[in-house]
Design a protein around this ligand. Structure first.
Ligand SMILES: [Fe+2]
Ligand SMILES: [Fe+2]
Length: 134
């Protein structure tokens, strides 16, 4: 698999997270403000990640594919949304770690490492909010 293909897989993960968090943020805001606000804030981070990945892809002569898997929003409650977020962040962390070790291009590697740090921070945020729910 070449770098552009890997970055397009990363990009599809970001798009999935953006759409799931945006939708769940709107639903959660009706009754649980903190979870809704956090989802919205993190969706914005994912949008920045998607923008960085698209930039890297274009610089490498590729085209951002802008596709995503079938969306799974999780259950109905704030806890369900947080659990879904934890799943998505864990999946992203695993994927970025794999791609960081597979890619030699230093610039790309550094950007992915930066994104990975933020995904680890998102995971922690969701886990803390979930802990407060119980
Ligand atoms: Fe992200
Ligand atoms: Fe994230």
């Amino acid at each position: 698999m070449d770098i552009v293909e890997m970055l397009n897989i990363d990009l599809s993960g970001e798009i999935e997270a953006i759409l799931v968090y945006m939708r769940n943020s709107t639903v959660a805001l009706r009754n649980v403000c903190e979870t809704g606000n956090e989802l919205e804030e993190i969706a914005l981070d994912e949008m920045r990640h998607a923008d960085w990945l698209s930039g890297l892809i274009v610089n490498l002569g590729g085209k951002p594919a802008m596709v995503h898997r079938e969306l799974d929003f999780g259950g109905k409650t704030a806890s369900d949304f947080l659990k879904r977020g934890i799943e998505l962040e864990n999946g992203g962390i695993e994927m970025y770690k794999e791609h960081i070790s597979a890619i030699d291009n230093i610039k790309v590697k550094e950007k992915l490492q930066h994104i990975l740090k933020e995904e680890e921070w998102h995971l922690k945020e969701f886990e803390e909010l979930l802990y407060e729910q119980d």
